[in-house]
Design a protein around this ligand. Structure first.
Ligand SMILES: Cc1cc2nc3c(=O)[nH]c(=O)nc-3n(C[C@H](O)[C@H](O)[C@H](O)COP(=O)(O)OP(=O)(O)OC[C@H]3O[C@@H](n4cnc5c(N)ncnc54)[C@H](O)[C@@H]3O)c2cc1C
Length: 453
């Protein structure tokens, strides 16, 4: 039976060693140094469980971190550095898949914006006053750069304050990070899809592969629902709702929006950028780029307007193709023109090919009307692109159910971090910074919690 028990413990990735304690023999997880007799689960009980549920193993960890994205990895790092025994579970075969995807186009780790401006980047319904000020004061862009440097990855600042690793890639950083976590004693349990939680003392967690564990504290860092192929599919939300933890539905953020372009616009402008423009949605204004796609628009300018567009009953944007020119100045530049206004505008107003293709949907018989359209071109939108295509998600666990330590107020010892909390931020490094800041906070909070038990 001892051999059977050992074999089954190993199946769960928990390589047990038999050790003799003064009173009785117990199973001890080699890396956790925690006897399985903890909280009354001794060897005899373990064998009983194995008999009744051949696929079910029962182990105990001080802190279970579920989700191996940047928020979960950071929480695990902070808690382990504080001396807590941490086991990190992820549904995927390896951790940090979205982190790696983010590195494909250059990993924008954070942003060097001034603190007063930085805190305004984080929005979401009913955020507690000052929550981001505190989170970012505890772990700001300098702290994130220093953290990367500590792993031997130097960073540089590009336009708009964006901070990247010198090599731009995520893989070297992730490799070293996971190496550091292993050195700190963090145990990794991949291919473990969390499926249920029974809160209590200890909390009981079950996984899709039949494994179950108990933990003194749990950090959930399950991400949003964009790019579900990386593992974050938002399926956690129905489990949270079953537990009575209030959540706002996940919605695509930093995403493209649909507009049915006529074939002639696509033929002329698909894949072309609109640069140096100003875009409005209701009262919100964005500068940056828009890209014409076969579905409508992509690009930084429309990503920034996502929260405003989602709040509009009939979403639409108004583009100013020439924000540095007044209407009067545009008209003055066409003074001598009597016909062919659109063709002339390309030269005299230096309109881009993409702007030209959009404006060419109508015919123009005077400069003033064309100038009005150039300054205020309204384009109705049919809705956002699917959440699977988005860069991030809005919605998630409501702030009203969390305290300042990011603990679920109804369930002491259960914490949440990262994109699964109900906040959103534009692209530019703000998302990653938010995940690191919340991960740092829960790592500290969970460590304090288990240490005080
Ligand atoms: C294409 C792309 C490019 C991006 N580029 C940038 C960028 O340059 N800069 C930036 O700041 N942000 C960027 N982002 C956003 C950034 O990657 C995310 O905001 C960040 O990864 C979220 O971190 P997280 O830890 O909260 O969740 P995630 O990174 O999504 O990690 C969640 C983890 O939880 C696991 N999980 C989910 N459900 C379960 C379950 N039931 N059981 C067990 N495990 C589960 C998943 O497998 C996953 O590993 C980009 C995103 C995309 C899609």
């Amino acid at each position: 039976m001892a051999l059977l028990g050992m074999a089954l413990l190993e199946t769960a990735g928990c390589f047990g060693t038999r050790e003799r304690f003064p009173a009785k023999a117990v199973w001890r997880c080699a890396s956790h140094r925690t006897p399985y007799s903890h909280r009354g689960i001794d060897r005899t009980a373990g064998v009983a469980i194995i008999r009744a549920f051949p696929n079910t193993l029962h182990a105990h960890t001080q802190l279970a971190v579920i989700g191996g994205g940047p928020a979960g990895l950071r929480a695990a790092e902070v808690a382990a550095a504080a001396g807590v025994r941490v086991t990190l579970f992820d549904a995927q075969l390896s951790a940090g898949r979205k982190f790696l995807v983010a590195g494909k186009g250059g990993l924008n780790l954070t942003n060097n914006e001034a603190p007063e401006r930085l805190v305004t980047r984080y929005t979401g319904p009913a955020q507690p006053a000052g929550i981001w000020r505190g989170l970012l004061a505890d772990f700001d862009a300098d702290a994130l750069r220093a953290w990367a440097a500590g792993l031997g990855v130097e960073t540089f600042q590009s336009s708009g304050g964006r901070i990247y690793p010198l090599a731009l890639k995520a893989a070297p950083l992730l490799r070293r990070w996971i190496g550091r976590l292993r050195d700190l004693g963090v145990r990794f349990e991949m291919n473990h899809r969390w499926t249920s939680l029974v809160p209590g003392t200890p909390h009981r967690l079950a996984f899709g592969n039949g494994t179950s564990v108990t933990a003194d504290a749990v950090v959930f860092a399950l991400g949003g629902a964009s790019w579900p192929q990386t593992g974050s599919d938002g399926a956690w939300m129905r489990h949270f709702e079953t537990l009575g933890i209030a959540c706002h539905p996940l919605a695509p953020a930093n995403c493209g929006w649909n507009h049915p372009w006529p074939p002639e616009v696509l033929a002329a402008a698909e894949g072309q950028p609109l640069k140096n423009i100003q875009v409005r949605a209701g009262d919100a204004t964005a500068t940056g780029e828009l890209l014409i796609t076969r579905h409508g628009f992509e690009g930084g300018a429309i990503y920034q307007l996502g929260p405003a567009l989602r709040g509009m009953r009939e979403p639409a944007i108004a583009i100013d193709f020439k924000p540095t020119f007044s209407h009067a100045r545009l008209v003055a530049k066409m003074e001598s023109v009597r016909r062919g206004f659109l063709a002339e505008s390309k030269v005299r107003w230096r309109l881009s090919d993409a702007a030209f293709a959009i404006l060419a949907r109508n015919s123009w018989h005077d400069a003033a009307a064309l100038a009005s359209e150039v300054k205020h071109c309204v384009i109705p939108l049919d809705g956002p692109r699917p959440i699977g295509e988005a860069i991030s998600s809005a919605g998630g666990v409501c702030w009203s159910g969390l305290d300042a330590t990011l603990m679920v107020t109804h369930y002491p010892g259960i914490f949440v971090a990262g994109e699964m909390i109900d906040w959103e931020a534009p692209t530019g490094g703000f998302l990653m910074q938010g995940c690191f800041a919340t991960g740092s906070r829960v790592g500290r909070s969970a460590a304090a919690w288990v240490t005080a038990l």
